[in-house]
Design a protein around this ligand. Structure first.
Ligand code: MN3
Length: 232
């Protein structure tokens, strides 16, 4: 009673439905992993020393990861992306907020640095920074001030908001701009860790010297790629 045409259409529809279901499953289930550092501990010298990198990655970052995994173990959160968890972080415990943030923030921080970094961005990112801040120099001064004036422990960020505007913000502790508790939410594309554990061995109390050193290792290609990905 079914024509060949009808059966073929039904089959096509089934394939579309199957691929849709698979994409939903792929989107919603993530496996959290302790990601490898993308370069050797001494790769960012002389700007960031090997001992700081080793302790920062292998002790601090690893501890956030282990504590995060313990916090989500056995719950639905274990398979959720950080983006999804952070969007409702106000409903979760401080343990999840601090350790989930600790994992995500450090993953981003390692990625946006490179031994081949430094200089300044070009292309769309350069134009967008000029639009938002007037000039690269003003952006740099704004970012430096956010990093320098963050009292105690925290992070400085360059973000893009839902309207495509770039902005700088700083957050305390392991909070980040994806969380529903920040003054202005956006997708972070550049991050600087200003916890003392990030610089104390090499720079002691001279946070300003560490902030200056950071500009020599920023991987602008990675920052540009993250801007593009945020708007895809
Ligand atoms: Mn840190």
């Amino acid at each position: 009673m079914f024509s060949a045409f009808y059966v073929r259409d039904l089959f096509k529809l089934l394939l579309v439905l199957m691929s849709f279901c698979m994409s939903v499953i792929a989107d919603e289930t993530v496996e959290h992993k302790f990601k490898p550092l993308p370069y050797a501990y001494d790769a960012l010298e002389p700007h960031i020393d090997a001992k700081t990198m080793e302790i920062h990655y292998d002790r601090h970052h690893r501890a956030y990861f282990n504590n995060f995994m313990t916090a989500v173990d056995g719950s639905a959160l274990a398979g959720q992306s950080f983006e999804r968890i952070f969007a409702n972080i106000s409903e979760h415990s401080d343990t999840l907020r601090n350790n989930g943030g600790g994992v995500y923030n450090h993953d981003l921080f390692w990625q946006i640095m490179s031994p081949d970094g430094g200089g300044r961005p070009d292309g769309d990112l350069a134009r967008r920074l000029e639009t938002a801040f007037g000039s690269f120099e003003t952006f740099r001064a704004t970012f430096n001030e956010a990093a320098a004036t963050r009292f105690g422990s925290g992070w400085a960020w360059l973000c893009v908001d839902a309207d495509g505007e770039l902005f700088v913000i700083s957050t305390p502790n392991q909070d980040n701009p994806l969380m529903d508790i920040v003054d202005r939410q956006g997708t972070p594309i550049l991050a600087l860790d200003v916890w003392e554990h990030a610089y104390y061995l090499q720079y002691q109390n001279q946070r300003g010297s560490y902030i200056e050193a950071f500009w020599h290792v920023i991987d602008w290609n990675e920052v540009a790629a993250r801007l593009e990905a945020a708007e895809r």
